[in-house]
Design a protein around this ligand. Structure first.
Ligand SMILES: NC(=O)c1ccc[n+]([C@@H]2O[C@H](COP(=O)([O-])OP(=O)(O)OC[C@H]3O[C@@H](n4cnc5c(N)ncnc54)[C@H](OP(=O)(O)O)[C@@H]3O)[C@@H](O)[C@H]2O)c1
Length: 461
């Protein structure tokens, strides 16, 4: 029987007791796990100690639930603990977590040893699915730790910044960056719970719904600046019945927010738009974005509009979905033959620009496009991503009309799994004109591969 090993090691710029405390709260496991795994902590007893049983559920492939029970075999604060699988998908699983002081911060070491059932079949499953998945999980964990326990770099003039959409992918990265710089951050969310799950402790969550206006005025109380990074749930699949449309959230929601910010006497505004926004754009989402941009320009508040291309990062729902396909299917489906030209931009580059723009004179009342340093076909993006994620799968390119036909059928079924519009959204090219960026806010941009390496391939096996 082969014993497989994974080792990951990381420095965090936070004191040992704080880091250990974070890891000894089982509820933080969800914050360290990719959203796509559907992690759910099921046990109620969360008091860490030797002998504590922890039960959770994950959905590693095709939404099929898998229950996993482990026990804390050894708990030695503040230097380590060990969890061992009692019941789960592995024949055996042992995860040693070690923490030690390193300079002013903490070194975190994860050492996993596991064995699989089914003999030679298990070995094949390990090479094809298990090891790539574990590497992805540990890579994500590394990036999540940086986000949740960030190195603070306290800014000279801290502000209180409201971030609408701060519980989301791009807005979350911006909220994290502002928090790291020492600003007080308030995230606006229309969810009842778990909005702060992906954010560092210390960020305040306030309830507000931009489609109804409920809670908006109160949520903007005592804030100096506003970042808007709104998108409706399950984008790009619109659901008019639930108000999940570009018009309702991007356009009308932004108009409502800007009006409330203006009443609140806000000093500065950053709006996350998208490359392609125009009054006469072919696609209705770009016309909605233009409507939102117009509200921002006419709102009487100093603003910066940022138009990113296609944003990727450890928490994105798009590029990660392709890698998810690769982990669960024998091929990676690719609409439009993957011909569209893309210029993927790393989420931290967008977050840094947004945080800089909030205070930079050079960005005041400007519209700035941002794309990554390289333009390539979508096919090439996926190829490079699979290479960095170390998953080897053939691409299955399909012509756009066929994929749209399938989407038209799926759109008629309950749950609207896909729509022809969503396929158009995915198939569109995303290329920026970075001239304004380099003129006004010069900076280095992260290549696709360097960005991906921050959350893939961060382990040794
Ligand atoms: N991702 C990309 O590749 C990309 C590229 C170019 C531009 N952008 C732009 O960046 C922005 C953010 O995109 P994203 O990918 O980060 O989206 P996301 O992860 O889906 O986040 C969207 C956010 O909008 C909030 N929201 C939705 N409905 C709301 C409502 N009724 N009231 C208040 N808040 C609401 C959600 O917060 P709660 O659920 O907590 O309420 C969530 O935090 C969008 O404007 C998008 O056009 C994104």
């Amino acid at each position: 029987m082969t014993v497989h090993r994974i080792h990951a090691s990381q420095h965090l710029d936070r004191p040992l007791p704080e880091v250990f405390d974070f890891f000894s709260r089982p509820e933080n496991l969800a914050r360290l796990t990719p959203k796509g795994l559907g992690f759910e902590l099921r046990s109620a007893d969360r008091q860490m100690r030797t002998g504590l049983g922890i039960e959770y559920r994950i959905r590693p492939a095709l939404g099929i639930p898998l229950t996993w029970t482990s026990v804390i075999a050894d708990y030695t604060p503040p230097t380590g603990f060990v969890d061992v699988q009692l019941r789960g998908p592995y024949r055996s699983w042992r995860h040693v977590h070690r923490f030690s002081e390193e300079g002013h911060g903490t070194r975190v070491d994860d050492e996993v040893t596991y064995t699989l059932p089914l003999g030679p079949l298990g070995a094949i499953a390990n090479a094809l699915f298990v090891r790539p998945s574990l590497e992805q999980i540990f890579g994500f964990r590394r990036a999540a730790m940086e986000d949740l326990l960030p190195q603070r770099d306290v800014s000279a003039t801290p502000m209180t910044v409201a971030v609408a959409g701060g519980s989301g992918f791009v807005g979350g990265a911006i909220a994290g960056e502002l928090h790291r710089r020492g600003h007080r951050v308030v995230v606006l969310s229309h969810r009842e719970e778990s909005a702060g799950e992906r954010l560092p402790d210390g960020i305040e969550i306030r309830h507000a719904d931009v489609t109804t206006g409920v809670g908006l005025a109160g949520a903007l109380r005592d804030t100096d600046a506003l970042v808007i990074a709104l998108a409706f749930p399950n984008l790009p699949i619109e659901d008019a019945r639930r108000g999940h449309t570009f018009e309702a959230v991007d356009a009308a929601g932004t108009e409502r927010l800007v009006a409330a910010a203006s009443t609140a006497g806000m000093k500065r505004l950053v709006y996350l738009s998208g490359v392609g926004a125009a009054p006469d754009a072919d696609r209705h989402w770009f016309r909605a974005k233009w409507r939102a941009e117009s509200a921002v320009r006419d709102g009487g508040i100093d603003f910066t509009i940022i138009r990113p291309t296609w944003v990727f990062g450890p928490r994105d729902d798009s590029l990660n979905r392709f890698i998810g396909f690769a982990r669960t299917l024998p091929f990676v489906p690719l609409s439009n033959f993957g011909d569209q030209q893309m210029q993927p931009v790393y989420v931290q580059d967008v977050a840094t620009l947004a945080a800089d723009a909030l205070v930079a004179e050079a960005a005041r009342n400007e519209t700035i496009e941002i794309g990554g340093p390289e333009v390539m076909s979508m096919r090439e993006v996926i190829r490079r991503a699979l290479r960095v994620a170390r998953v080897d799968r053939p691409l299955l390119p399909a012509p756009a009309p066929i994929v749209k036909g399938v989407a038209a059928v799926l759109a008629l079924l309950p749950g609207r799994l896909l729509t022809p519009d969503a396929i158009d959204f995915v198939n569109q090219p995303a290329v920026a004109d970075n001239r304004m960026l380099f003129e006004r806010m010069p900076r280095q941009l992260t290549s696709l591969e360097d960005g991906l390496r921050t959350y893939f391939g961060a382990t040794s096996t």
